[in-house]
Design a protein around this ligand. Structure first.
Ligand code: ADP
Length: 411
C-alpha cells in the first residue's frame, strides 16, 4: 500500500517536473520570439498565440502587438502624408525647440533662408539673419503670443515675412516663412499704374478747362480764335479717347479676354498690308517707307489683324520719331523656328538707359517729343507678340535711328 502510494507520489512529481520543464521551455522560446518581434526581425503576425499552457497570455499579447503594429502603421502613414505636405508647401516651415534650436525645416524654408545649406540643428537666430525677424521670434517666445514681421533682405532684395507661433506644450515655436517679393512688386506696379493714369488724365483735362474758360471769357466773340480753340479742344478729346481705347484694349489683352484667332499667314502679305495702311501717313511726313521682304518666306501662325496692329504701331512710332527726309524699312527673315520682323527707321533714336523701359505702360522717353502719344502702344504690342509665343525688343543709336524686332513662331 505504502509502496503504491510512494509510486503515485513519485509519478506525480515526475509529471509536475516534466510539465514545469515544458512550461519554462515554451516561456523561454516565447520570450525569444517577443524579443525578435520587438527588434523587427520577425513579423508581428508570426508571433505564436497558442503557447501550450500560456494560451490566454500569448493570445492577449498577440492581439496587443497586432493592435500596436496597426496603430504604428497608421501613425507612419499620417507622418509621411504630413511630410509630403511640408515638402510641397511653397511657404517655409521651421519648428524650433525652447532654446531656439531648429528641429525641422522644410525644403521651402531651406530655400528661403538657408540657401540649401541644412538648417536642422542650427539656431533660429542664425537662420533668420535679419535682426527684426529674430526680434519677432524672441517676442513670440517671451510673450507666448503670435508675432508677424516683414522685412526686405538687403542682399537679395527679397521681401520676407515670418509668422512666429508659440507651441505652449513644448515651449518651442513654429515659424512660417513667406516670400512676399512678387506680391509687393505687383502692388508697386498697380500703384504706379494708378498714379500714371491720373497724371495722364490731368494734363489734357487741365488744358480742356483752360480752353473752355478762355472761350467763356470772350474768345467766343472772336470767331477765328474760337475756331482755333475748338480745334485744340477736339485734339485733346481725341487724345483722351485714344487713351481710353488703348487702356481698355490693354486691360482686355492682359486679362486674356482677347482670344487670338490663329491662322496660317504669309509674312510678306502681313508686311505689305501694314505698309499699305501707313504709306500715306509716311509720305505726308516726308518719309520714304519701303518694304524689303522676300515673298517666299515660310508661313507663320498668327492672328492677322492683331499682328498687323503691332506692325502699324511700330511704323506709326517710326513716322513720329523720324524727321522729314528719313527712311523707314520693313523686313522679315527666318530665325530658328520663328520669323523675325524688323521695323527700322533713321530717326531720333532712343537713349540706352530708356531702351529697356519703352515697353512699359506709359513710358515715354521725352514727353516733349512724343507728338501726343499715350505711351501705351509698345506695351500693347508686347502683349500681342507674347500672346503669339514670340518676343519683342529694340536696338537704337541716338540720333542715328532705331530698329524694332519681333519674332513669331512658324506655322
Ligand atoms: P507713344 O504713344 O508715346 O508712341 P509707345 O509705347 O508706342 O507710346 O512708345 C513709347 C516711347 O518709346 C515713345 O514715347 C518714344 O519715346 C519711344 N519710341 C518708340 N518708338 C520709337 C522710335 N521708333 N524712335 C524713337 N523713339 C521711339
Amino acid at each position: 500500500m505504502l509502496l503504491a502510494l510512494l509510486f503515485v507520489v513519485v509519478l506525480a512529481l515526475v509529471w509536475i517536473s516534466w510539465r514545469y520543464f515544458l512550461l519554462r521551455h515554451h516561456a523561454a522560446e516565447y520570450a525569444r520570439a517577443i524579443e525578435r518581434t520587438a527588434k523587427g526581425e520577425m513579423p508581428a503576425q508570426d508571433l505564436p498565440s497558442d503557447i501550450p499552457g500560456l494560451e490566454t497570455l500569448s493570445s492577449s499579447i498577440h492581439a496587443m502587438v497586432t493592435g500596436f503594429r496597426a496603430q504604428l502603421a497608421g501613425v507612419e502613414t499620417e507622418r509621411s502624408r504630413l511630410a509630403a505636405i511640408l515638402d510641397q508647401l511653397t511657404d517655409g516651415v521651421l519648428i524650433a525647440d525652447e532654446a531656439g534650436r531648429i528641429l525641422l525645416a522644410n525644403p521651402a524654408a531651406e530655400k528661403l533662408l538657408g540657401e540649401g545649406s541644412g538648417l536642422s540643428g542650427r539656431s533660429v537666430t542664425v537662420a533668420l539673419r535679419h535682426h527684426q525677424l529674430v526680434e519677432a521670434w524672441r517676442k513670440c517666445q517671451q510673450l507666448g503670443e503670435m508675432q508677424v514681421e516683414t522685412v526686405e533682405l538687403p542682399t537679395s532684395r527679397q521681401f520676407i515675412q515670418i509668422v512666429a507661433i508659440p507651441d505652449r506644450q513644448t515651449g518651442g515655436s513654429l515659424l512660417v516663412v513667406q516670400d512676399l517679393t512678387r506680391i509687393r512688386r505687383l502692388e508697386t506696379v498697380r500703384r504706379d499704374f494708378i498714379s500714371n493714369v491720373s497724371h495722364e488724365l490731368r494734363t489734357p483735362l487741365a488744358s480742356l478747362k483752360a480752353l473752355t474758360e478762355t472761350l467763356q471769357e470772350g474768345a467766343l466773340e472772336d470767331p477765328p480764335a474760337a475756331r482755333r480753340f475748338l480745334g485744340r479742344i477736339q485734339t485733346e478729346v481725341d487724345a483722351l479717347t485714344q487713351m481710353a481705347t488703348e487702356l481698355l484694349e490693354l486691360s482686355r489683352i492682359e486679362s486674356g479676354q482677347v482670344p487670338l484667332e490663329l491662322k496660317v499667314v504669309s509674312p510678306s502679305r502681313l508686311i505689305q498690308s501694314a505698309a499699305e495702311r501707313m504709306k500715306m501717313q509716311a509720305e505726308r511726313s516726308g518719309l520714304n517707307l519701303h518694304v524689303d521682304c522676300p515673298p517666299d518666306l515660310p508661313k507663320i501662325r498668327a492672328d492677322l489683324p492683331r499682328l498687323e496692329q503691332v506692325l502699324v504701331n511700330l511704323i506709326h512710332n517710326a513716322v513720329k520719331f523720324t524727321p522729314p527726309g528719313g527712311e523707314i524699312t520693313l523686313t522679315a527673315a527666318p530665325q530658328g523656328g520663328f520669323i523675325c520682323f524688323l521695323v527700322h527707321d533713321t530717326g531720333v533714336g532712343i537713349p540706352g538707359d530708356d531702351l529697356p523701359r519703352i515697353f512699359e505702360r506709359f513710358y515715354r522717353v521725352d514727353r516733349s517729343r512724343t507728338g501726343g502719344g499715350t505711351g501705351l502702344g509698345l506695351s500693347i504690342s508686347r502683349h500681342l507678340v507674347e500672346a503669339h509665343g514670340g518676343r519683342i525688343w529694340a536696338e537704337s543709336l541716338e540720333s542715328r535711328g532705331s530698329t524694332f524686332f519681333f519674332t513669331i513662331p512658324l506655322a
